[in-house]
Write a protein that binds this ligand. Structure first.
Ligand code: NAD
Length: 456
């Protein structure tokens, strides 16, 4: 405890010294982070491969490239994002000017999840640095080699009074959560999200919670089935289904179910998912292998279901004739099992989806604009795509985050900057005019004047 508290005190002092606030300082730190990531790519690739056989291609496309793009975007936009903004002033305040000062919140704690360990650790860090905060990062301990390299890279490069990595699991995170941070940014599961929220409430610390849920892929009878299959297979089996925004299950119009399933199975075969082809990863640990294997129901498996505990291999698996009451539909799957549920009526499908907690994502496959409007109007979800999966995360103009139990707040691009920023509102009042309306003694005449002024 003492050690963590000392770090927080040092970071608070450093923040108080104003050192982290100038835009040039923030840009220098972002460049430093980019340089150190670039020069350590080989070590990072080796670490993540050792943890769960994630390939260099996947590590580049869905971890590092996103971070480099984030850094470049923040550097480009920082002068604009951090600038004082003048807004209008209402008549009652005449004469005055009104400003919004975006100011860093202070000392931030960032807690990462294991499934995209570099991206989920550093993307919030980039936002925190861009916004002018100090950072303590606690990456997930589950991919241990990755956690170690993150800590080594950061702690060898940055002064701990500014940016420091604490490695550890539940005991360390529990201790960190007892401290009074100015901001906590958490990525992880719903149950741990609740623990973080409770701890933050003790200190009235604002939080961003990036959680999970069961994200549906809705395939309507008017979908381009070939494309739907291609994009769902990619989004589901990327990272062996261990993706927070992976389509968790498919709900398909019974009119096209047969065609969808036969094309789906063919597509999975064509993809030749394997460790050897470097397009498939291990399940992160035995605990998750065990958890996933318990979700299988033999009579519903129509493809896959092969498991090798020693190699932590869980083959792409499809289950058919699944109902919302089945085991596999009770919690987020977070693995390579794709349940397929059919519907005969879109309204019923929407009603059933609505009975589950609001998902992090939703994917709709249709060519009909009426269906698109209907689903987007009626279903609430964090974010998603029409006729695609996953890819909305790559557009940093789209704030990324959940709603309801899939999360609180969002980030990426300017939304990330805003997540670590307080908008300080200031009314800068002129001194040459000070009408009497608001001061006693009160009178009917003053009320009349005020009514006239306020038009009420
Ligand atoms: P997790 O909740 O088990 O762990 C997340 C972090 O919390 C880790 O750093 C871990 O050390 C810490 N932690 C775990 N138990 C704790 C406890 N009892 N007290 C304090 N800290 C604790 O989540 P995970 O297994 O790493 O990740 C999987 C989950 O994260 C899935 O639900 C997934 O949907 C979600 N996720 C969400 C996003 C998103 O952006 N919304 C991204 C990735 C993963």
């Amino acid at each position: 405890m003492e050690k963590f508290e000392k770090i927080l005190i040092a970071q608070r002092d450093y923040f108080g010294s104003q050192a982290t606030k100038p835009v040039n300082f923030r840009i220098t730190q972002l460049k430093r982070l980019r340089d150190v990531l670039k020069s350590n790519e080989t070590k990072m690739n080796d670490a993540i491969y050792a943890d769960f056989k994630k390939s260099r291609f996947d590590t580049f496309t869905n971890e590092l490239a996103l971070l480099y793009l984030d850094i470049d975007e923040a550097i480009r936009n920082l002068p604009k994002w951090s600038k004082r903004k003048r807004v209008g002033t209402n008549l009652i305040n005449f004469p005055a000017k009104s400003y919004i000062y975006p100011e860093p919140i202070g000392s931030s704690l960032i807690i990462g999840a294991w499934n995209y360990p570099f991206q989920l650790s550093f993307a919030p860090v980039i936002a925190a640095i861009a916004a002018g905060n100090t950072v303590v990062l606690k990456p997930s301990e589950v991919p241990s080699a990755t956690s170690a390299i993150i800590s080594q890279i950061v702690n060898d490069t940055f002064d701990k009074k500014y940016f420091y990595v604490v490695e550890g699991g539940v005991p360390e995170t529990t201790e960190l959560l007892k401290l009074k941070w100015d901001k906590i940014f958490f990525t992880g599961s719903v149950p741990v999200g609740k623990i973080v929220y409770k701890a933050a409430a003790e200190n009235l610390t604002p939080v961003t919670l990036e959680l999970g849920g069961k994200s549906p892929a809705i395939v309507t009878s008017k979908a381009d089935i070939n494309l739907a299959v291609k994009r769902i297979v990619w989004g589901k089996f990327l990272n062996a289904g261990q993706t927070c925004i992976a389509p968790d299950y498919v709900i398909v119009d019974e009119a096209v179910e047969k065609e969808f399933i036969s094309k789906l199975v063919k597509r999975i075969e064509e993809m030749k998912f394997s460790f050897e082809n470097e397009n498939y990863v291990q399940i992160i640990n035995e605990k998750n292998m065990d958890r996933l294997s318990k979700l299988l129901e033999e009579d519903k498996i129509i493809y896959g279901g092969e498991i090798d505990m020693d190699k932590r291999y869980f083959s792409p698996t499809v289950m058919r004739d699944v109902s919302f009451d089945d085991k596999v539909m009770q919690d987020e799957i977070f693995g390579p099992i794709l349940p397929i549920i059919s519907y005969s009526n879109l309204d019923d499908a929407i009603r059933r989806i609505k009975q589950l907690p609001k998902p992090l994502s939703c994917y709709l496959f249709t060519k009909e604009s009426g269906t698109k409007r209907k689903v987007l109007r009626e279903l609430s979800f964090g974010g998603g795509a029409v006729n695609d999966t996953i890819m909305h995360i790559t557009n940093s103009k789209l704030p990324f985050g959940g709603v309801g139990s899939s999360g609180i707040g969002n980030y990426h691009g300017q939304a990330g900057f805003d997540a670590f920023t307080h908008n300080k509102s200031v009314l800068d009042k002129g001194t040459w005019f000070d009408p009497d309306f608001k001061y006693p003694p009160y009178s009917e005449k003053k009320i009349k004047w005020l009514r006239w002024l306020l038009r009420i």
